[in-house]
Design a protein around this ligand. Structure first.
Ligand SMILES: Nc1ncnc2c1ncn2[C@@H]1O[C@H](COP(=O)(O)OP(=O)(O)OP(=O)(O)O)[C@@H](O)[C@H]1O
Ligand SMILES: [Mg+2]
Length: 351
């Protein structure tokens, strides 16, 4: 068994989780939609849109949900926040089992979980100014204070990279990317504990898209938001997610860090799905390191196991002795030029 395989068998058994508490715990979630046919609209079958998904999200984590069109991503996102009632399964949010919460008990939860919809045009009232759009969620939840409310809206606009001068404009006066930012500002208005972003950038052109992705990364790092980021673009999920969840036909195929799914795909479907990903951009040293040989000098530079191969490559190749992979003062393994080149050569064979 290679080091990579050993690490894989260790990590796929129970997905390792970063420090922190579970903000959301979903168990065996199922959502079936009836298929109706004929003039009497009889139910003739069920669409298994979400079919037994279990997951956890830690506070502060970004989970990328990825999969082909129709695999159930949107349904999963909406069922988690009970915009759609689950068929079965349980949802524990912030310590409370909200599975059977009715409308009244859901109200405070609705404040804590906010969604940014894929199509901002459809979700923004065209007759409201940006100021009113930003204030609306605060007003709905009776959090809008005269005087201070206006300042809060301006602050939100700034947070998402718009200027307060934009506040008097209407949605149609913005570009697609800016409109999406207004959607994000609205979601942020209530300072939710969890944000669900359903393909917020897929309708945008590539440049604005990158801009928006960076915005999400910034929110994650600076504001420390916990986010579920839904996308059909694997590269995007890998870029934004601390962990990614791959769905197929309503079921979870694999959930893990980007390095885990790329280095140790759970099955042929995932293997195929991740086959085009440049491995050096995703794999960390923990996946390429090996035990030190007895004749090797232990005087090379030290690096942490979570260093991305691409970021480590130059130093590893320039070092005289193998790089020591050290975590909390403990030597986990070593990496030398050959270990790095193996990854890079394998990558060239892919493309
Ligand atoms: N309200 C509904 N009634 C009946 N079937 C539905 C409903 N909503 C979704 N579905 C079906 O459930 C399955 C999953 O749909 P969903 O929208 O969750 O997929 P998705 O992964 O978000 O797709 P996309 O990437 O195209 O947005 C699809 O087969 C879809 O047709
Ligand atoms: Mg969808």
């Amino acid at each position: 068994m290679s080091i990579t395989e050993a690490a894989a068998s260790e990590t796929t058994a129970g997905t390792p989780s970063p420090n922190g508490t579970d903000l959301l715990r979903v168990e065996d979630l199922v959502k079936h939609f009836p298929i109706k046919a004929g003039i009497f609209r009889h139910t003739v079958g069920q669409v298994r849109a979400v079919d037994g998904v279990s997951l956890t999200i830690k506070a502060g984590e970004t989970l990328g949900v990825v999969g082909e069109s129709g695999c159930g991503k949107t349904t999963l996102g909406r069922t988690i926040m009970k915009l759609i009632e689950p068929t079965s399964g349980s949802i524990v949010f912030d310590g409370a089992d909200i599975t059977s919460f009715k409308r009244k008990r859901m109200r405070p939860v609705r404040r804590d979980i906010q969604i940014v919809f894929q199509d901002p045009y459809a979700s923004l009232n065209p007759r409201m100014t940006v100021r009113d759009l930003g204030a609306e969620p605060l007003k709905i939840h009776k959090l809008y204070r005269r005087g201070e409310g206006g300042r809060r809206v301006e602050e939100l606009l700034r947070t998402v990279g718009l200027s307060p001068e934009h506040a008097n404009r209407f949605p149609h006066e913005f570009s697609g990317g800016q409109r999406q930012r207004i959607g994000v500002a609205r979601a942020l208005a209530l300072n939710p504990k969890l944000m669900v972003l359903d393909e917020p950038v897929s309708a945008l052109d590539p440049l604005i898209r990158r801009d928006m992705q960076n915005e999400v990364i910034r929110l994650h790092h600076e504001v420390g938001k916990t986010m579920v980021f839904i996308t059909h673009d694997l590269q995007e999920a890998l870029k934004l997610g601390d962990r990614i969840l791959i769905m197929r036909d309503g079921a979870l195929v694999q959930m893990g860090t980007p390095a885990e799914v790329v280095a140790a795909p759970a099955d042929d479907y995932v293997r195929d799905f991740v086959s085009e990903v440049p491995r050096s951009h995703v794999l960390t040293l923990s996946w390429v390191m090996r035990p030190a040989r007895s004749d090797e000098a232990m005087t090379g530079p030290e690096m942490t196991p979570d260093t991305i191969v691409r970021d480590a490559a130059r130093r590893v190749i320039d070092a005289h002795d193998p790089v020591r992979v050290v975590d909390n003062g403990q030597l986990l393994g070593v990496v030398d030029q050959d270990d790095i080149l193996r990854v890079i050569v394998a990558e060239e064979n892919v493309s």
